[in-house]
Design a protein around this ligand. Structure first.
Ligand code: UDP
Length: 235
């Protein structure tokens, strides 16, 4: 059965597409068309966008940049992605609004729970910028927290691989893919690194399912949001 409201996590790496960093606008346009299928199917969609294509706090910190500042720079990276996505979504006839968890009134509306509900109720895709707005976190954890806040039924984590594997499939071609995984196992198994442990722990605590799936295959986002067995379901 199709979900009524989902949270889609898109990483910065995915948005960089064929480039090393920055935004692959062709890919973003393709993504807009994929997300349009959700709107057309009346599936309410919240997007948490990453920023790793611009900056990651853990990589920037040190050598004079404090961790808090590094994370703030990372959050600004998510803002750049969110702003670009809004324009690209609109030019593909997808109604979307950017709500920001960092103060940036000239750029976006602030994230306010009721405002997010209003936009979702009107069928608009809500793209959240700035993660959850605090350092020492990633957008994976922010995605789970936001999904809980907005009563999303599931977190869909788009990746470049088909799901969760027993080892990194890019390095170990023989690695086995899990169709299902218990949240306990996902949290405790050190080989499972597809998502932050903090994010998976929070989802476990609140019984929120996460589906890790290949977000680069056409039609996959709609399939997974329609409840089809695509990727790996962590529950
Ligand atoms: N970040 C943060 N708080 C948040 C979300 C993100 O401080 O709530 C920072 C953090 O430095 C992170 C960076 O923003 O590394 C970019 O996000 P992330 O690494 O999750 O992006 P992705 O890997 O998904 O592209």
């Amino acid at each position: 059965m199709a979900y009524k409201r989902i949270l889609l996590k898109i990483s910065g790496e995915q948005l960089a597409g064929k480039y090393q960093s920055g935004i692959d606008t062709e890919l973003a346009s393709w993504l807009a068309k994929e997300v349009k299928q959700l709107s057309d199917a009346n599936i309410q969609t919240v997007i948490m966008v990453g920023g790793g294509n611009f900056a990651r706090g853990t990589q920037l910190a040190g050598n004079g940049i404090r961790r808090v500042t590094a994370d703030q720079i990372g959050m600004l990276g998510t803002m750049m992605n969110a702003l670009a996505l809004i324009d690209i979504f609109e030019s593909n006839d997808v109604q979307a609004r950017c709500l920001s968890n960092i103060f940036a009134e000239q750029l976006a509306e602030p994230f306010v729970h009721r405002l997010a509900e209003k936009h979702l109720g009107k069928g608009r895709v809500v793209i959240v910028a700035g993660g959850i707005g605090r350092p020492y976190l990633t957008t994976d954890t922010a995605a789970v927290a936001l999904a809980l806040e907005l009563s999303c039924e599931v977190v869909l984590k788009a990746t470049k691989v088909d799901g969760v594997f027993s080892a990194d499939p890019m390095q170990h071609p023989g690695a086995a893919k899990y169709d299902k995984l218990s949240a306990d196992e996902a949290v405790s198994n050190p080989n499972i690194k597809i998502m932050d442990k903090a994010a998976m722990g929070l989802a476990l605590e609140h019984n929120l399912p996460i589906v890790v799936f290949n977000g680069m295959k056409s039609g996959n986002i709609l399939k997974v949001a329609s409840g089809e067995a695509v990727g790996t379901k962590i529950q």
